[in-house]
Design a protein. Structure first.
Lengths: 259, 310
């Protein structure tokens, strides 16, 4: 089988397996659907109650999608995948197969991308129903989401490989490292009200650029030129994510095989 | 004939611990070679090197005549590993686990479907076709694990204590399946703590101690190195008297873990043994033909029986 085709087959195999496992874990799937929907409805109620805030609902919907829904499903989901592989002892088993680290990474990205798409459809169905408007290009929004999912998975690989040895540690890793990144990513406070030092640190946080890029497209109708910096940053971070993911996978195998 | 696996003078250090000290072993096509030795003697390190989970510090490993280091990813398609812990996906069905690993090995769709159906049938997994793997018993999970390790028709099947974590009934079933593989010509490298398992399954056995092979051969060859045809296990209040009597009779005497073993040069009945030891305060005696366990104790020279556990 040609190498490129083989990589693709392996990527699909990993994605298919992860989606099948997700489908079988019905309870997890329900919570995964309830969380962003509830968030959107609650934000909708708060914003509807305060006339002065109504205008911000479009940006809030974008923030909930990138900063909450995708954060937990793509980043949290990836950390959970890594922790589960470790707990089940399947990592050394994978290393004895010809599975390429890049195929493993891309398989996780693909599975998370499909889940993210479903979350987008679900969340924006509710959002549009409560009066949110999507202002920008659907294509550009899709590109931002693709780059965001890719980046989240890369960070998830890193957190999972370094900080989550067991499934109980997934929440700890997310809380201790992921949530501060969310704060620095402008999810809870706008960048402008942060101290100068925090603003400087926030600039190297990919979550900030995901938030700004998607809010820019969805809430303010910005185009490629206005979001060029964010898009280039995310694109570079995606390449870095792939390298980080492959390195983390190798680190994981190195750690596990020396047990 | 090209050996499936040839390990020549391999050394491995973990920090200042010399785990493999010039380890050598050859596995020819169709052979089932057992690697036996006490805990910490380096068995798992050997398997990890063969499966490319570790690299050796010195020496050479050849797989199908090619240096393992030069085979790269291709080597992984030549080996199937089944360890004692069934590393499977518990939320998937048995066939889904098989399909997943088949895809990783690059089997075409037609090939994959045929192979999965064949292994499901061969390992009698069809009756659990709609049961999630996590709900199967340990024995059935291990059976599936064995099937998974064969999905890509490896040239060498590596079994790392495959029955260590299952109950007796499941162990007997796994032995039957491994015997089936052996009879169909599968080349197997096996480690085990059960000497009876090795004696039953292996065509050749290598006994390890301190990172090297100390004795190697077919089971009858190893048994022939014991100075006796049968062994009498004796319990007595007066071991000294028994030892003296046995030596007077020209029998070899061994003591392992406080138990006295008398190696008898020819088959004797229990009555004849009791008569010969009369007056030595024997409280219990049993006799049986020499087994691989006796050869192990004789040739490896450790005082613990492997079959008594870790």
């Amino acid at each position: 089988m040609p190498a490129r085709h083989f990589l693709w087959v392996q990527t699909l195999a990993v994605a298919h397996r992860l989606l099948l496992e997700q489908w079988r874990q019905k309870r997890g799937l329900i919570f995964w659907a309830v969380f962003p929907s509830t968030m959107m409805l609650l934000f909708g109620l708060v914003y509807a109650h305060n006339d002065s805030m109504r205008a911000g609902l479009d940006a809030a919907a974008a923030g909930i999608l990138v900063g909450a829904a995708l954060f937990f499903s793509c980043l949290g989901g990836t950390v959970a995948v890594i922790a589960a592989e470790r707990e089940r002892g399947t990592l050394p088993r994978l290393l004895t197969t010809p599975l390429h680290p890049a195929a493993y990474f891309l398989g996780v990205v693909m599975a998370q991308l499909l889940l993210a798409l479903m979350q987008v459809v679900m969340l924006y169905s509710i959002a549009l129903w409560i009066g949110v408007r999507y202002h920008g290009s659907l294509f550009l929004g899709g590109v931002v989401l693709l780059l965001s999912v890719f980046s989240y998975v890369g960070m998830g690989f890193f957190l999972g490989a370094r900080f989550a040895r067991r499934s109980e540690e997934v929440v700890v890793a997310l809380s201790a490292i992921g949530v501060p990144l969310l704060v620095l990513g402008g999810t809870f406070f706008p960048l402008e009200i942060m101290p100068q030092g925090m603003q400087a640190i926030a600039q190297i946080n990919p979550m900030l650029h995901m938030n700004q890029a998607f809010k820019g497209v969805a809430a303010y109708g910005m185009g490629f030129n206005e979001l060029r910096f964010e898009l280039i940053f995310l694109l570079v971070f995606c390449v870095f994510s792939l390298a980080l993911g492959i390195q983390s996978y190798r680190h994981l195998l190195g750690v596990d095989k020396s047990k | 004939m090209t050996a499936v696996l040839q390990i020549e003078g391999v050394h491995k250090w973990f920090a200042d611990r010399h785990v493999l000290d010039g380890f050598s072993l050859r596995v020819d096509p169709g052979e089932v070679v057992g690697l036996l030795g006490p805990n910490g003697c380096g068995k798992s390190t050997v398997l990890n090197i063969v499966c490319k989970l570790l690299t050796c510090d010195a020496g050479l490993v050849r797989l199908m005549g090619e240096p393992l280091s030069e085979l790269g990813y291709h080597a992984r398609g030549l080996i199937g590993l089944c360890s004692q812990h069934s590393a499977l996906y518990p939320d998937l069905l048995p066939a889904e686990n098989l399909h997943f690993f088949a895809r990783l090995y690059g089997l075409s769709e037609k090939e994959r479907k045929e192979r999965v159906a064949e292994l499901m049938h061969r390992f009698e997994l069809e009756k659990f076709a709609s049961t999630r793997v996590g709900q199967l018993s340990g024995g059935w999970q291990q059976r599936l694990h064995l099937a998974v390790s064969l999905i890509h028709r490896p040239k060498l099947l590596v079994l790392d204590e495959p029955t260590a974590a299952v109950d007796l009934e499941a162990r007997m079933e796994l032995w039957r399946l491994i015997e089936g593989l052996r009879d169909s010509g599968t080349t197997i490298l096996l480690t085990s703590h059960h000497l009876a398992e090795a004696q039953r399954l292996c065509s050749r056995v290598a006994l390890m101690r301190s990172g090297k092979v100390v004795a190697e051969g077919r089971v009858p060859e190893l048994l022939s190195r014991i100075p006796g045809q049968s062994v009498a296990k004796v319990h007595s209040e007066n071991n000294q008297a028994i030892m003296q009597r046995a030596l007077d009779l020209g029998w070899h005497v061994r003591q392992h873990s406080g138990q006295m073993r008398l190696l008898l040069p020819h088959d004797l009945s229990l009555r004849e043994i009791v008569d010969a030891l009369e007056g030595t305060q024997v409280s219990a005696v049993s006799v049986q033909p020499v087994t691989l366990e006796d050869a192990y104790l004789e040739l490896v020279g450790v005082s613990a029986s492997l079959s008594e556990g870790r």
